[in-house]
Design a protein around this ligand. Structure first.
Ligand code: MLT
Length: 323
């Protein structure tokens, strides 16, 4: 047999194996890499959405927290995983949108190294402070931050994380450059905010709304045009005196490049089933998440979002943050 016939036969065999693998998929648990610590917004959203996806797919979705380098360590793990549908990742506006603007040697390209599964939730940004920071409202906070620029501490989830880049925008508007303390996620950062060890965070609403309502931290302003029903007492930045500060983040599931199309379809259908399930949607909305409809959670919509976020954040961050 000639060599090209042999190669052809091998290729057909390989395709046959992939097809068979996709048919029975999933036959074992699926790992969802969360590139931040437990208890933060990415973890919270992955667990809520994953719980419903497990029911649709008939296999558990197991969260693995792989934190570090503003989420890029875990996101890179997903890019390099075997493209068999058994390792996927919950990325976000930082790891998939902004990170190429801050990490010149990033080992993945958000647009080329992943296949989009879909958007899980939008997450408005809330400026939260320790409860005894001596300010009455957001206006006083802005004055306090300007006067105490050298001593005030902002906590964030590492370079390129949402809490980092959204506070960069805030600081630029206030013309301040305060101390910043990186954590492996805003889960542990909020624990230290509750304990009074840090002064404030620009965090995604889903992991702070319960604490704000419980009074363990304070929510000073939400950076969206309208108040969130989940935190109805927290004024918008427009009401609170900084209308130009408008920013919302998002969380989305991606798979490594090369996952067979029928496996991708099972994953994206399961995500759409999760976000359109009334009980799952309510869980996310109760925390302040903005839940997409089926079209908004489609792989096509996510591909477009990642591209537009790269176009928005990468030049902006390259210009603002000098290495
Ligand atoms: C987290 O899950 O800890 C956050 O999404 C971190 C961030 O990007 O601020």
């Amino acid at each position: 047999m000639k060599i090209h016939h042999l190669l052809g036969a091998t290729a057909i065999l390989a395709l046959g194996t992939l097809g068979a693998m996709a048919q029975g998929y999933p036959t074992k648990p699926i790992t969802v890499v969360v590139p931040f610590a437990a208890g933060g917004p990415t973890d919270v959203i992955a667990r809520i959405v994953g719980e419903h996806m497990s029911k649709t797919l008939g296999q558990p979705l197991i969260v693995e927290n792989v934190a570090g380098a503003g989420g890029t360590t875990g996101q890179a793990r997903v890019a390099k995983a075997a493209p068999d549908g058994y390792t996927i990742g919950m990325g976000h506006m930082g790891t998939l949108g902004a990170s190429p603007g801050l990490y010149p040697n990033l080992t993945y390209d958000p647009q080329k190294d992943f296949q989009p599964i879909g958007l899980a939730a939008g997450t408005p940004i809330v400026i939260v402070t320790r409860k005894d920071l001596p300010v009455k409202d957001f206006k006083e906070f802005m004055d306090y931050a300007k006067k105490n620029e050298k001593t005030i501490n902002q906590a964030h989830a590492g370079s390129g994380s949402v809490s980092h880049i959204t506070c960069i925008l805030l600081h630029e508007m206030l013309k301040i450059d305060p101390n910043s303390i990186p954590y492996r996620g805003t889960g542990p950062a909020v624990t230290d905010l509750i304990g009074g060890k840090v002064d404030y965070i620009c965090d995604q609403i889903v992991s702070v709304s319960s604490q704000v309502k419980g009074g363990t931290i304070r929510g000073l302003a939400i950076a969206t045009p309208e108040r969130s029903p989940a935190l109805a007492d927290v004024p918008t930045t427009k009401e609170a005196g900084l209308p130009a500060y408008q920013v919302s983040a998002w969380n989305a599931l991606v798979a490594p490049k090369g996952v067979p199309a029928d496996v991708m379809k099972k994953l994206s259908d399961a995500l759409i089933a999760a976000v359109t399930d009334p009980a799952t949607k309510k869980k996310l909305e109760d925390l302040g998440g903005v839940v997409p409809d089926a079209k908004g959670a489609s792989p096509e919509a996510l591909a477009a979002l990642i591209k537009s976020e790269n176009d928005r954040w990468v030049p902006l961050l390259k210009a603002k943050v000098k290495p």
